[in-house]
Design a binder for this molecule. Structure first.
Ligand code: FAD
Length: 369
């Protein structure tokens, strides 16, 4: 039955949930200090990478990522139609390359692990790598081609989500939620009190500031530095790389995600430093060194932005999606490195939860309880 729902958090999970709830007939208000312009989602790279993100010992998370990736084609088409905007959804595939022999040995182990999970990935030699991406350094030791790892322009995605949510009738309420109480009731930092039928908590790392909500998962912030490079003045604003390139450089991971306008997103560090979002010279230096080791032509590009964001992570790196112990309050958080990838799946699960429909076992296992 349609109801009055307040979504807390204007990042990718909150916006995708608000839009999906609204197009499913609910009366939706989204409450946040900003909408699609801050948080981890704004700084992110936008990779939709269930295969390359598969790490040893994470088979449950891999299954979730694959399910998340499967939703993207329809979600992207629906969103572009509803918002009238393009979101840079690109299904060209990804190439992961190795700088030296020990990097090669590591990615070969990773390839064997990917195959053991039934994932599609193919070993390619150095020459073929350079055929696929001519800008690669000639000294690389080959790589892995992954056709199923895609990307979206995360900033275009956020703008389109705001647009689609507005068209669908979502109310945007600027403010910071300070407390969530029984009712459910939301108390804003400026003292305003709101009494919706249902609340969806999707404030990323901001969830830690909402007081003691029973059943809320413990969230830790994981810092990531990221860079945005653009074509040099006078150079054509066309894609510098034909596909996303990930690399292992002396044991360190780096990625280069090309946008249609010629921008390249270079990321990202993974650091446990609490709430610190300072951009540090050492991290910028490290990212640039690793990126130019695999694509030397980056030297010619303009460094346009260096930023750092906080990924919301749980103890086991799995998201938490489900009812909290507070009546009428759902939580959707802990998406760690995969919030963009998992946004359509999460939003669909939030709609199912509020409709009291059965949800897939894969999502049921993510209930905070
Ligand atoms: C460097 C980096 C690269 C990444 N790359 C990728 C990638 O390639 N692919 C991918 O899938 N994921 C990626 N991620 C992860 C992804 O960005 C996150 O998983 C995702 O943004 C989490 O979404 P969220 O909506 O939960 O949180 P956020 O995007 O952080 O949004 C939280 C929102 O809640 C609001 N908020 C906070 N506190 C309150 C409050 N008290 N009241 C109301 N609102 C509040 C904030 O203002 C913000 O709008 C990356 C992250 C980083 C940092």
């Amino acid at each position: 039955m349609p109801s009055n729902v307040h979504v807390v958090g204007g990042g990718v999970i909150g916006l995708a949930s608000a839009w999906d709830l609204s197009r499913n007939g609910h009366d939706v208000t989204i409450v946040s200090p900003a909408f699609g312009r801050d948080g981890a989602a704004w700084v992110a790279a936008g990779m939709l990478a269930p295969v390359n993100e598969a790490e040893f010992g994470e088979s449950a998370l891999t299954a979730l990522r694959l399910e998340g990736a499967a939703r993207w084609g329809t979600f992207a088409a629906d969103l572009e139609e509803a918002s009238g905007q393009t979101i840079g959804y690109d299904t060209t595939g990804t190439l992961t390359v190795a700088l030296n022999a020990s990097d090669r040995a590591y990615i070969d182990d990773l390839l064997a692990y990917q195959h053991s999970l039934g994932l599609t990935a193919r070993r390619v030699g150095a020459t073929e790598c350079r055929t696929l991406v001519p800008a690669l350094s000639p000294s690389l030791r080959g790589g892995i081609e992954v056709p199923g790892d895609h990307q979206v322009d995360n900033r275009a995605l956020l703008t389109a989500l705001v647009g689609a949510a507005r068209v669908s009738g979502v109310t945007f309420l600027e403010g910071r939620v300070a407390e969530v109480g029984p009712g459910p009731e939301l108390v804003l930092a400026d003292g305003r009190r709101l009494r919706p039928d249902y609340v969806v908590l999707a404030a990323g790392t901001g969830l830690r500031g909402l007081g003691a909500v029973p059943g809320l998962p413990e969230i830790r912030p994981v810092k990531g530095h990221i860079l945005r490079l653009g074509p040099a003045p006078g150079a054509p604003a066309s894609p510098f790389l034909p596909r996303t390139v990930r690399g292992l450089v002396r044991g360190r991971s780096v990625y280069l995600v090309p946008r249609h306008d010629g921008t390249v997103v270079v990321g990202a560090t993974v650091e446990e430093r609490g709430d610190d979002t300072t951009v540090q010279a050492g991290a910028v230096h490290e990212l640039l060194c690793d990126a130019r080791a695999i694509v030397p032509g980056l030297d010619e590009m303009e460094l346009r932005e260096a930023a750092a964001g906080l990924r919301p992570a749980t103890r086991d790196n799995m998201p938490r999606i489900g009812w909290t112990a507070l009546d009428g309050v759902v939580v959707a958080t802990g998406h760690y490195r995969n919030g963009i990838l998992l946004a359509p799946l999460t939003a669909g699960a939030v709609v199912d939860l509020l409709a009291r429909r059965a949800i897939p076992p894969l999502i049921e296992a993510l209930a905070p309880a």
